[in-house]
Design a binder for this molecule. Structure first.
Ligand code: ADP
Length: 181
């Protein structure tokens, strides 16, 4: 994967990376999951194919134990065969036109992912463009929300999480990230 841009804010590095999140070597990666943690298409499908069936198995056990993951919340599994130790499964909102609290729910999905990584004392985390694929959140509206969540998180003075990567899949999304960051 290719680092396109690096920004340092209060000792935390934000990196815009172009490529495939499944090959990242950060301590954890974030999955754009659904509430049932059924990893079929999009980035979830790619994670499952490369990480192996244990990820789905562990996800099913999570659902059995705790019930479905509310939109804006996260669940945790191990990384399976991926390089990362953990996968943080974040449930972003489905875009329904903007009046269904989509912005707050997307903010929560990103902020809670970062918070979970910090709780686990991780140093690095990679995130995809949550909700901006199958869930239809317009990328030009999503990127400012990602930025706000990251910036608010950094203002909480994290002790452990010092590298936050956005792994951007495809050229058209990249332009929006470069414009915003
Ligand atoms: P959602 O259902 O939350 O919209 P998707 O998986 O459909 O989730 O898409 C989220 C984002 O992940 C999209 O921008 C999509 O282009 C991107 N994506 C798909 N595959 C990968 C991958 N292997 N690595 C990084 N990003 C990916």
């Amino acid at each position: 994967n290719k680092i396109i841009k690096e920004i340092k804010v209060n000792n935390v590095e934000i990196k815009l990376v172009s490529g495939d999140i499944t090959i990242e070597e950060t301590d954890a990666i974030v999955n754009a999951a659904n509430s049932q943690l059924q990893h079929g298409g999009g980035v979830a499908g790619a994670i499952l194919r490369k990480g192996g069936p244990d990820i789905q198995k562990e996800s099913n056990e999570y659902i059995k134990k705790y019930g479905k993951v509310e939109t804006g919340n996260v669940a945790l599994t191990a990384g399976g065969k991926l390089k990362c130790k953990y996968i943080i499964h974040a449930v972003g909102p489905i875009w329904e036109g903007g009046n269904q609290q989509e912005e707050k729910l997307l903010y929560d999905a990103v902020f809670n992912s970062l918070k979970k990584a910090e709780e686990l004392k991780l140093n690095s985390l990679a995130l995809p463009a949550i909700s901006a694929g199958i869930y239809g959140y317009p990328i030009e509206k999503a990127v400012p929300v990602y930025k706000k969540a990251v910036s608010d998180f950094i203002n909480t003075n994290p002790q452990f999480l010092k590298e936050i990567r956005f792994v951007i899949y495809g050229k058209d999304h990249l332009d929006y990230f470069l414009k915003e960051f």
